[in-house]
Design a protein around this ligand. Structure first.
Ligand SMILES: Cc1cc2nc3c(=O)[nH]c(=O)nc-3n(C[C@H](O)[C@H](O)[C@H](O)COP(=O)(O)OP(=O)(O)OC[C@H]3O[C@@H](n4cnc5c(N)ncnc54)[C@H](O)[C@@H]3O)c2cc1C
Length: 373
């Protein structure tokens, strides 16, 4: 049967693997001119470990994982060190949790995909007409196609979700924060560390392939065009202007440089949908059930949903309507559990008040004493 997948990142590449593995004819389209690079190291954990094992890629992921390095200083608004953060306190370097860069994971997923899958870059879906006999699709490059299933794996701002299920505002809930990432340029000695003021975290870490700047800020929803990079840079510049200490002015310059590599900015949001399928269209990954960056479960959910969808749809002979109840039964409890994790991440990563910040730092100091002893 013919399957069209929109989006070539963790969800889309995993889905391409599984649908092709079950013998279907798969086409993947991607808006960018290749796999979209960038991002901080992400976690493959929980049920995704089993998925990766069944895909035969767990050893590759393990071989390319990011090693968690020495503890980093935690700084106050003046740049003075007030605690130490050792990520090993929170990560459990066992088979249950592996951190790897987005780019490396996407390359591993791509390499695992069976031969015969067609990739078309720099294109997008313009129109979806779903009916009993399948889905007619018109693409932005003026070509057309007919498929038995269309899978939207095109991220938080999903185009497939918009076309088949309705506007973003009906499904995407702002989780009260924005995140920005940028690869930091050579020509300066970047100090690793994390500076906090209430509601704002600014960090420099080694992301596996060089130093990376990260900003996480508490903010209500801002009305801007999410594709307007200049608007994004202006917002980051405003957020970072609250701090003058440490290397924040240099970080601000890096974030607002239009030539900077690895630039990424988006809201920290969750996607909540009553159903992830409608007719012969399904949405997976951030498009259907984004858990928000603060959960650390987005990639895991994307990989697990891809396997669950392809397996269930195939079991039901390619009849999405018949497969839908089983698919939701299999996936919904795990999505709910993963989305709940995001509530735990926010107070640790971005304490909202000075009191919360002081308490968080005291916890870090207590951990440091406990693990040292
Ligand atoms: C550049 C980037 C950096 C990220 N950095 C982090 C990070 O540091 N930490 C973190 O937790 N999460 C990060 N994420 C999100 C993370 O990748 C996802 O939460 C998670 O892995 C689920 O993946 P996904 O495949 O559902 O979505 P995504 O990884 O967002 O992938 C969606 C894909 O769909 C493509 N696409 C979008 N619109 C269209 C369209 N109209 N037609 C065709 N293709 C389209 C995009 O180009 C992209 O390749 C990042 C995402 C991106 C795109």
């Amino acid at each position: 049967m013919d399957v069209l997948i929109s989006g070539a990142s963790m969800a889309g590449l995993s889905a391409a693997y599984w649908f092709a593995h079950f013998g279907h004819q798969v086409t993947v389209i991607e808006r960018s001119d290749g796999l979209r690079p960038g991002g901080a190291p992400i976690d493959v954990r929980g049920r995704a470990i089993g998925t990766a094992q069944r895909m035969g890629i767990l050893a590759h992921i393990d071989a390319q994982k990011v090693r968690i390095l020495e503890p980093a200083p935690v700084l106050d608004s003046t740049g003075a060190q007030v605690a130490t953060l050792d990520l090993r306190w929170f990560a459990n370097e066992t088979d249950e949790d592996t951190e790897i860069t987005r780019d490396r994971l996407n390359q591993i997923l791509l390499a695992a995909i069976p031969k015969g899958v067609e990739f078309r870059f720099m294109t997008s879906i313009a129109l979806i007409a779903d009916g009993a006999a399948g889905v007619d699709v018109a693409f932005t490059d003026a070509s057309t196609g007919h498929y038995d299933l269309v899978v939207g794996a095109d991220g938080l701002h999903s185009n497939v979700r918009k076309l088949a299920f309705g506007p973003e505002k009906d499904y995407v809930r702002h989780f009260g924060h924005y995140v920005a990432l940028v690869d930091l340029p050579n020509g300066r000695e970047w100090q690793r560390g994390m500076l906090n003021v209430p509601g704002l975290t600014i960090a420099v870490r080694d992301a596996g392939d060089g130093p990376q700047g990260m900003m996480l800020v508490a903010s209500g929803e801002v009305d801007y065009d999410y594709r307007d990079l200049n608007a994004q840079r202006r917002m980051i510049g405003d957020f970072l202007s609250r701090v003058d200490a440490w290397q924040v002015p240099a970080l601000r310059a890096a974030f607002t440089d239009p030539a900077a590599k690895g630039f990424y900015f988006d809201s920290v949001s969750q996607t909540h949908m009553p159903r992830w399928t409608r007719g012969n269209v399904a949405v997976i990954g951030d498009a259907g059930h984004c858990a928000a960056l603060l959960s650390g479960m987005g990639t895991t959910l994307a990989m697990v949903a891809a396997e669950t969808l392809a397996t269930t749809w195939t079991e039901y002979g390619g009849n999405m309507q018949a497969a839908s109840p089983t698919y939701h039964e299999r996936l919904r409890p795990y999505v709910d559990q993963c989305q709940a994790f995001a509530h735990e991440g926010a107070p640790i990563m971005v304490p909202p008040t000075q009191e919360a910040l002081d308490a968080r730092n005291a916890t870090f100091r207590a951990y440091a004493a406990k693990f040292a002893g």
